[in-house]
Design a protein around this ligand. Sequence first.
Ligand code: AHR
Length: 317
Amino acid sequence: TAVAASMAVGVSAEGDLITIGYAQVGHESDWRTANTKNYEDVFSEENGYELSLIDCDNDNAKQLEAVRNFITQGMDYIVIAPIQSAGWDTVLQEAQDAGIPVIIADREIEADASMYDAWVGTAPYDEGVTAGNWLAEQLDGAEAKILQIEGSVGASAAIGRTDGFAEVMAEHSEWELLDSQSGDFTQDGGQAVMESFIKTYEGQFNVVVCQNDNEAYGAMDAMDAAGITYGVGGDVILISYDATHDGLQYTLDGKINLDVECNPIQAETVKGVIEQMEAGEDFEATTLITDEAFCAPGIESEFATTMTEEILAGRAY
Ligand code: AHR
């Protein structure tokens, strides 16, 4: 991992709370709720922090405004979970001009690494590759007619999962992607897209890939209503991402075949970087939060751990 020298300025005087502005994506998913709670727990007054968390409601303009307000308020640190990967240069320059360290968290941005101080997040491209590899292993040469419900348009979590899965798909001429539409990482979005897919492709598909658990719940409701069976022993293989508690419960129940993890518990790592900056030490410029994948009981895989009650019991979010 790259290590950078601290450029931290605005370090609080001893005894003062360190102010953190967190421009959060929104509240679109259970994953996001868990991530917000994690920041609130870790960046507590007890731990020496004053956290201003702005829920940007999945609205890019609102997120840019939130960051600009943090700059005006002179926050000690700004953390951004970027809704969109593009369009960050101007506001990052403004933060740099104000001397406020910026940590990009959760997702990635299309900006030169010199425009921010550190990055902490997951690897959606690898998650997509894992999903693809698992599917190839399970199908073992059989045909796949695939429907994909993507995350929010322009979000690196969606772009990465789409690209990683496509990379494996390109190696399989026996697979066909029938359609791929955004469900905006929400349950309602997943349900609406699945309902429209069913209208167009009923009887023609055998794989549904949802880019997060909430979309998968919506897709399950739509398939239930249409009498389409999915999961272990069903007509449709259902793949999801996130591996939140409820997603893993469905996986344990055999309703979701594969759930590829994306870990929302990232605040402690961000805090570690900030502590290094505060101490004027070298700090981790890039920290990857690693992910696993879980498949339903009865499925053996080189690419995923088979779900058990114990794994579920250990999943707090
Ligand atoms: O950026 C992480 C993604 O954003 C999660 O997969 C999704 O649930 C969330 O909304």
